[in-house]
Design a protein around this ligand. Structure first.
Ligand SMILES: CC(C)(COP(=O)(O)OP(=O)(O)OC[C@H]1O[C@@H](n2cnc3c(N)ncnc32)[C@H](O)[C@@H]1OP(=O)(O)O)[C@@H](O)C(=O)NCCC(=O)NCCS
Length: 238
């Protein structure tokens, strides 16, 4: 129990640069308080004390504005930052070391029964105001952008943004095993290669157009064109 407490405090200290001391986290962080109280509510829920579990959940919501259903499963080191408006449904599963920002919902679509809330892998970031809906799986180390609405499974190491959520990054290199500095992507080189490719295509296109176009040298402004023929009038004068 104390191990989990320590990990919950460590999670806040590691991920919130604004946290100055463990005491500050322990007494003044609504997300930390909500997670700690949820762990008590969840134990009561698992023992079948549903009313007690609901009561703890209700009081937590009154105190912090964070609504975690007692049935939801939270891993270790889960950090809810700011917290107001966070909703986590009954069958949601949140993996170790996830970070959830204010206004995020791990909810149901209203269409499913039984398991109807998302399952988050390890190290997932759920951005402010985002909605993750339905019994979907979000892979390890996924980042969900602020305001995104995610309705489909997301593989490990991806970034999802927008409504409906679309994958804009990944799968990326895991930050904790990213040791291969000789093989880092070079975005400038990629851009230059893309521009070179486009130029080549343009040149090919121009060549084809030149070959296909009927000759009308009299009307053409390119004077040093290798295909230029002298206009008929000039030929006659000669
Ligand atoms: C998504 C996020 C995690 C960044 O992840 P990332 O993998 O580093 O992604 P990038 O910053 O490289 O952005 C990828 C693309 O998505 C876009 N993007 C980033 N966040 C976005 C968002 N919330 N909504 C829409 N598009 C977004 C970027 O503009 C970029 O587009 P581009 O490729 O056309 O330039 C971050 O932007 C975010 O939303 N974090 C939430 C944090 C939060 O809620 N903070 C509240 C603190 S109070």
């Amino acid at each position: 129990m104390f191990d989990t407490l320590k990990r919950d405090i460590d999670a806040v200290m590691a991920r919130d640069p604004a946290a100055h001391s463990r005491a500050e986290v322990f007494f003044c962080y609504p997300g930390f308080i909500a997670v700690r109280r949820h762990r008590r509510a969840h134990r009561a829920y698992l023992k079948g004390h549903f009313l007690l579990a609901r009561w703890i959940n209700f009081r937590t919501y009154q105190k912090t504005g964070i609504d975690i259903h007692p049935g939801a499963t939270l891993g270790e080191g889960v950090f809810i930052d700011h917290g107001t408006g966070v909703v986590i449904g009954e069958t949601a599963v949140v993996g170790d070391n996830c970070t959830i920002y204010q206004g995020a919902t791990l909810g149901g679509t209203g269409k499913d029964i039984g398991k109807r809330h998302p399952t988050l892998g390890r190290g997932v970031t759920v951005g402010a105001g985002s909605k993750v809906l339905g019994p979907i799986n979000i892979g390890d180390h996924v980042k969900i952008g602020a305001g995104a609405i995610v309705l489909k499974d997301v593989p490990d190491l991806c970034t999802v943004v927008g409504n409906p959520g679309r994958i804009v990054r990944g799968p990326a290199v895991r930050p904790d095993i990213d040791l291969d500095h000789g093989d880092l992507p070079d975005p400038m080189l990629e851009k230059v290669e893309a521009i070179e490719g486009k130029l080549e295509q343009l040149e090919q296109f121009e060549q084809q157009e030149m070959e296909a176009a009927p000759h009308n040298c009299a009307a053409c402004p390119v004077e040093d064109c290798p295909r230029r023929t002298e206009p008929e009038t000039q030929k006659e004068e000669k």
